[in-house]
Design a protein around this ligand. Structure first.
Ligand code: HOZ
Length: 427
């Protein structure tokens, strides 16, 4: 595979950007080799600067549910751009987007647009603290909620491969109110509530933990969180940056039938444009400025191009439930194929996933939390990653990321990926 142009770009990049990238995982530090510099994408494929084509299993980390460059979304964005790129003033598009999300997701009665998942989480936590008058937040080890100071405690995603569980540069004061519990272990949450019962503002959780690989919430776990929050007067926040509008049109809240008080969204609602949002119960959201005393603002929030892209994709998803069936079937096909491959090769590796999200762990442990996810042999993952990449399969360059499937993927794509994996495993 040709990599000369990517290599040359990386050489220039490291001189002017930390690690040569704008987001750590992209540097391929966890897997080795040169990061591929991507030039374009269409449907299920991405193309790098050396003109290599890959089946893309990242999909911009989730938002490209329809696939890249969907004609309908592209046309809507181009048309919208003719009217201006940013106004810093109220627009009808923001109203349309808010109405659409409130209609699709019953637990969202009011919503505020921001520019990223990080910002959404940061703001939702501030609203939860303002509403409850409490400071402490419970998060789960291995869950990633963006890079706001208070969330960089035992975080997932790139933090997990950095070898440092907590980021440097976070003042002790910012992290002291962040309590960490064990994913899928309700006893660990109960204990924190008992020790801090009047002080906990909220519990924030990824309803499917998709930043330590893909770890499913076990039956009853989310329900038990709901009950504990109710018992102790704390708010339940679902971080649906990855699951929102992907697991089902109403996200994980709909899929699992558990109603959070607040929900956070990221890139998915922008159809690939930089967006985030937080929303939920009307009484809680009414505390947000200018209605209430919790301040939060942003010039680019509700940006018209991002709104247009997001509205277009969301409407397509809302009107065509077959998309969810298709991506879930392909996810199942991939997981079954990989399971068969490792079984035939006599290997004990674990394949996890749900719907269009999947992961392969190089461990024989049942992965259900941060500690078990960490037992995966990341060196083996790196070798597997490079093998698959060289054969045109672009999966996340870290053990602790999810693999995403779009509506543009086909059975033939999935079968090619399975065949490459079979070869790698020596089947
Ligand atoms: N931390 C992101 C995935 N969970 C990666 C973002 C990126 O590199 O674009």
């Amino acid at each position: 595979m040709r990599t000369a142009v990517s290599e040359a770009l990386f050489e220039r990049a490291v001189k002017v950007m930390p690690g040569g990238v704008n987001s750590p995982v992209r540097a391929f530090g966890a897997v080795g080799g040169v990061p591929r510099f991507i030039k374009s994408a269409k449907g299920q494929y991405i193309y790098d600067e050396d003109d290599n084509r890959y089946i893309d299993y990242i999909g911009s980390w989730g938002p490209m549910i329809l696939g890249h460059c969907d004609d309908r979304v592209q046309e809507a964005v181009i048309k919208q751009a003719e009217n201006g790129l940013s106004f810093g003033a109220a627009t009808g598009l923001e109203v349309e987007m808010a109405e659409l999300i409130c209609e699709i997701v019953p637990c969202v009665e009011m919503i505020r647009m921001v520019n990223s998942g990080t910002e959404a989480v940061m703001s939702a936590i501030r609203a939860a603290r303002g509403f409850t008058g409490r400071d402490k937040v419970i998060k789960f080890e291995g869950c990633y909620h963006g890079h706001a100071d208070a969330m960089l405690v035992k975080a997932g995603s790139g933090v997990m491969t950095s070898g440092v569980p907590d980021s440097s540069g976070v003042p002790e004061g910012c992290a002291k109110d962040t309590l960490t519990a064990v994913y899928n272990d309700i006893v660990s949450v109960k204990k924190l509530f008992e020790e801090n019962h009047d002080d906990i503002a909220c519990v924030i959780v990824e309803p499917v933990a998709a930043n330590m690989g893909v770890v499913l919430s076990e039956k009853g776990f989310l329900e038990a969180l709901r009950e504990l929050c109710d018992e102790y007067g704390a708010l339940l926040i679902f971080d649906e940056v990855i699951t929102g509008f992907r697991l089902a049109i109403g996200g994980a809240a709909e899929y699992f039938g558990v109603r959070p008080d607040l929900v956070t969204y990221g890139k998915i609602i922008g159809g690939g444009m930089p967006v985030g949002a937080y929303g939920g119960r009307r009484d809680i959201m009414s505390i947000v400025s200018p209605l209430g005393k919790v301040y939060q603002a942003g010039t680019l929030s509700g940006n018209p191009i991002a709104m247009r892209a997001g509205i277009t994709q969301l409407k397509i998803l809302k009107n065509d439930p077959s998309i969810y069936k298709h991506i879930a079937l392909l996810g199942e096909r991939l997981r079954n194929g990989l399971r068969k491959a490792v079984k035939e090769a006599g290997l004990p590796w674990n394949i996890t996933g749900i719907g269009s999200l999947s992961c392969i762990y190089f461990t024989d442990e049942n992965v259900r939390d941060y500690d078990s996810a960490k037992t995966s042999d990341t060196k083996k993952f790196a070798e597997y990653f490079r093998y698959m990449l060289d054969r045109g399969n672009y999966i996340g360059p870290s053990q602790f990321e999810a693999l995403f499937i779009s509506d543009s993927h086909t059975e033939a794509d999935i079968d090619k990926t399975i065949k490459d994996a079979e070869e790698y495993f020596g089947v």
